[in-house]
Design a protein around this ligand. Structure first.
Ligand SMILES: [Mn+2]
Length: 237
């Protein structure tokens, strides 16, 4: 069975269930996507970057899920007032995991924040906040309060890519981001954009690096077709 490492998020604010006894967590929908594709999810507890090599040694591929904003420090900027929560511990752990996965030639799939982490790690930049920094914004990229499982906006496919058999060209996707890729890193190629020009998918098939800006795991409960994205990734291993 192929083993997919999923980097976990953590709760580091006091909360009603756990107080200050903080927890690592992965949303169950990611687990469902990986098991649905016939692979074995291995949750990687958010921890020391020095452990990244050992973690990556123990899996066949890496999934970087969604979550906090990426600190702009890695691409040479200070945070603007509109940035959301950043978490340098998570950034540094995931940047280390990604570096090790690329070194080991193991496939990587970044979803939302995960795609942004890949881009930044490879030398790209982000819009810290689309409404503030992207003048051409005409699509609602943070669809809240519409449900997670409701697809809302279209994408324009730029070239044949790894999702050809997984996502129909007319498909709607869901969208929960206010950050987005600004300058795409060298070595990555755009697969799809929204109709206002925001990069929604990229890949490097030679290095087996894949990123999408939407959340197929959240679509699973209402749209079984979304499983095909996880299947396509597992087939790349
Ligand atoms: Mn979007």
């Amino acid at each position: 069975m192929k083993k997919i490492g999923i980097s976990s998020n953590h709760v580091v604010h006091a909360n009603p269930r756990f107080g200050t006894n903080y927890v690592n967590y992965v949303q169950k929908n990611y687990i469902a996507g990986i098991t649905g594709a016939g692979a074995l999810p291995m949750v990687l507890p958010l921890g020391k970057p020095e452990l990244a090599e050992a973690y990556i040694d123990s899996v066949d591929a890496l999934l970087l899920p969604g979550g906090q904003d990426v600190s702009p420090d890695y691409y040479g900027e200070d945070p603007i007032p509109q940035i959301g929560e950043i978490d340098r511990q998570r950034d540094l752990f995931e940047l280390a995991l990604l570096k090790e996965a690329i070194r080991a030639g193991k496939p990587v799939f970044g979803i939302c924040r995960g795609a942004q982490v890949i881009n930044v790690a490879m030398g790209g930049t982000l819009y810290q906040d689309l409404p503030t920094q992207y003048p051409k914004l005409t699509v609602k990229h943070d669809q809240y309060p519409t449900k997670w499982s409701t697809p809302t906006h279209r994408v324009s496919w730029e070239r044949s890519n790894w999702l050809d058999d997984a996502v129909s060209p007319e498909a709607l996707i869901n969208s929960f981001h206010h950050q987005a890729i600004k300058d795409l890193a060298d070595g990555l190629v755009v697969d799809a954009k929204s109709f206002d020009g925001v990069i929604e998918a990229f890949s490097n098939d030679d290095k087996k690096i894949y990123g999408i800006q939407w959340h197929p795991e959240m679509l699973l409960m209402t749209n079984p077709e979304a499983q095909k994205i996880f299947d396509a990734f597992v087939n790349k291993i």
